[in-house]
Design a protein. Sequence first.
Length: 95
Amino acid sequence: MKRLILRTIIYFAILWIFSVIFAGISGRVEYLLLGGLVLAVVNKLLRPVLNALALPINIISLGIASVFVNMLTIYITDRIVNQLTIDGFWLYLLT
């Protein structure tokens, strides 16, 4: 439980910093915190499954598929938290 709270705070801080730096990431502070929580849960539950599914492609591409797994987890978080908006491919890549 402590690790989930810590990861939520870290992901919230990252989302908040990126929302200040980049105009394409927007949301109120409550939704950024909710996005941090959802991102922590998605990374805990779905990321191992996605990494296992992407393992053959990851081996062939020498790790490039991991970037797309990261982008997919952020995309899933964006779709779950409707009030958090991340616009565009490059922001998914940077986040």
